[in-house]
Design a protein around this ligand. Sequence first.
Ligand code: 5RP
Length: 237
Amino acid sequence: MKLSPDPITLQKQKAALKAVEHVEDGFIVGLGSGSTAAFAVEAIGERIRIEGIHVMGIPSSYQAFELAVQHGIPVTTLEEHPVIDVTIDGADQLTPELTLIKGGGAALAREKIVASASKVNIIIADAAKKAPYLGCNNQFVPVEVIPFALSPVKRRLAEMGGKVTAREAKGKLGPIITDNSNAIIDVVFGEIKNPAELAVKIKMIPGVAETGLFVGLTDIAYLGTAEGVEKFTAKRA
Ligand code: 5RP
């Protein structure tokens, strides 16, 4: 991998390279989505090419699928491999306890399915993603919603105290459509005191497919910093 002169991109690359050390010959690997996870996919492809390791990837999005093909990673499915050895994915915000907000790239539902099917789940990010609590700096929580339920779900989320915005598509008029043909509502709650409780409350609203709150799903996080890579660990729920 050609290391970037841009300091933030370099932090993402350093975190990705560290995480990819966990990939072993014969592994089934969950492939995350987003710009940081893309570096992990590239690095896995390099290990296949250079070291000759045999791994198969389970992509968490169409983006991850395309990158896997581009970097020579054979892809498989959860039907064929329902248990994943290790998943490497990014995050929009994470706390030192490894609770996360994900879904900035609208891939949250498949990312959560892949994470929960994984024996080891590793998050990689640049240092700016670390926060003392979720919702810090008005970070929004993405919520994936069946389009038929968009208006009632928006109302319910607003009643829960959230500032709601239906995410617009880019290069297409109207709402963004996920890989599961759903819509995304981005919700700002301010400080999220109990992410697990909030995740359950949101998930209980009819029409909600998934929330971007990831609680008790992460084992390790590698954060690229100006000096190197910081490691965090947590116990899975
Ligand atoms: C996509 C995600 C991404 O992992 C998250 O948005 C981080 O992306 P990036 O590494 O580009 O900052 O959850 O749904």
